[in-house]
Design a protein around this ligand. Structure first.
Ligand code: GDP
Ligand code: MG
Length: 372
């Protein structure tokens, strides 16, 4: 994405790449000919050759606005919607175990939640209220989707193993959640282990600005064990309390809008998209667009792989009916009719192509002009 390697950069700059590598090495930076060069670094390096680097123009296509697909809601149209939760944390601290433990302990309570998880997200019921969990590997929920202006998460749960403490990916996850301006709950996991030291976790996180409520801060820490299923109820209650404070609302009575979490091509069924519904209600037969693809909803499957007639607010659902595979992070919109959908998709494809070409020429032109 607009990134160039050191080798390519040296070529555009008209200098020997070995020279740049040596220069960087002397500054304590180990780069190879294939290393990506950040804008900041390019700027710094180019200055040594009296070349100004210009930032490539970001051409972001907000097609929802462009095609007038965003309908403004009246306050009276809004209803409470379930919170969408992402679990983040260092590898092996128990993210998957926690997601599994939450799903299986709550299956008994309501009809939502299930044993087979087909979609990269699932919903449970706690005290009669739904909670959606998005199972995104790593930090993709934040980085990829946020880069497209979409936000999938209402609350982030930061999992830290009580026997291991704060680790590099803990801090990385924290940074992403902070950048997204999402409230953070800390789950101190593996409390069943004899060497568990929750105090240390709290102290370490305090150094990163997360101060526990009992210490006068505003971050909720819940001590759990995914393995022994300890305190999961408290964790879920804390999620519900946090959600209540956020007053999450949306309009269920309009054409649906959602975000593609995952997608794939099934050899028998065709393109399949796992989507999180963010506004409105999606129904069988709805005409849909997402990025450069369109279609008509032929079948909807819930998180238990059961066929459903519609998908509600904050519900994860599998959509069958796209004519091509949309990309994860694409926003999906329901459109009045197929003709309109086709027109939008053609326009989007055309604009994306133009954006792509002009992006290339802008960067080449700006560099060549400066080199003259
Ligand atoms: P992830 O990489 O964050 O998804 O971590 P996993 O859920 O895969 O867990 C990593 C390891 O920690 C596995 O061997 C789990 O069995 C173990 N584990 C997870 N939660 C607990 C817990 O609460 N207690 C103990 N003792 N082990 C746990
Ligand atoms: Mg995992």
């Amino acid at each position: 994405r607009g990134e160039i390697t050191l080798g390519e950069f040296a070529e555009r700059l008209g200098v020997n790449s070995g020279e740049l590598i040596k220069k960087l090495f002397l500054k304590g930076q180990m780069l190879t000919i294939n290393s990506p060069v950040s804008y900041e670094l390019a700027e710094e390096l180019a200055l040594d050759y009296d070349v100004l680097v210009e930032k490539e123009e970001e051409i972001e296509l907000e097609f929802g606005e462009k095609f007038d697909l965003e309908i403004n809601d009246k306050a009276s149209d809004l209803v409470e919607r379930p919170p969408v939760i992402t679990i983040m944390g260092h590898v092996d601290h128990g993210k998957t175990s926690l997601l599994d433990a939450i799903r299986t302990t709550t299956v008994a309570e309501g009809e939502a939640g299930g044993i087979t998880q087909k979609i990269g997200a699932y919903q449970i019921v706690k005290n009669g209220k739904k909670i959606t969990f998005v199972d995104t590997p790593g930090h993709e929920a934040f980085t990829d989707m946020r880069a497209r202006g979409a936000q999938v998460t209402d609350i982030a749960i930061l999992v830290v193993a009580a026997d291991d403490g704060v680790m590099p990916q803990t801090i990385e996850a924290l940074a992403h959640a902070k950048a997204a301006n999402v409230p953070i709950l800390v789950a101190i996991n593996k409390m069943d282990k004899p060497e568990a030291n929750p105090m240390r976790v709290k102290q370490e996180l305090m150094e990163h600005g997360l101060v526990s409520v009992e210490w006068g801060g505003d971050t909720e820490f819940v001590e759990v064990s995914a393995k022994q299923r300890i305190n999961l109820d408290t964790l879920l209650d804390t999620i519900l309390i946090t959600a209540e404070i956020l007053e999450l609302k949306a309009n269920p009575n309009k054409r649906a809008k959602g975000i593609v979490l995952e997608s794939r091509l099934d050899p028998k069924v065709g393109p399949i998209a796992d989507v999180l519904i963010q506004e409105g209600t999606l129904k069988i037969g709805d005409v849909i667009v997402a990025g450069e693809t369109h279609g008509k909803v032929r079948a909807l499957l819930n998180d238990k792989a059961e066929r459903v007639e519609r998908a509600d607010l904050s519900q994860p659902v599998e959509i069958i009916g796209f004519n091509e595979v949309p990309s994860a992070g694409d926003v999906i919109y329901v459109i009045q009719n197929e003709q309109h959908a086709k027109r939008i998709v053609e326009e989007v494809a055309k604009e994306r192509k133009i954006a792509e070409v002009s992006r290339r020429t802008i960067s080449l032109e700006s560099l060549s002009q400066e080199l003259e």
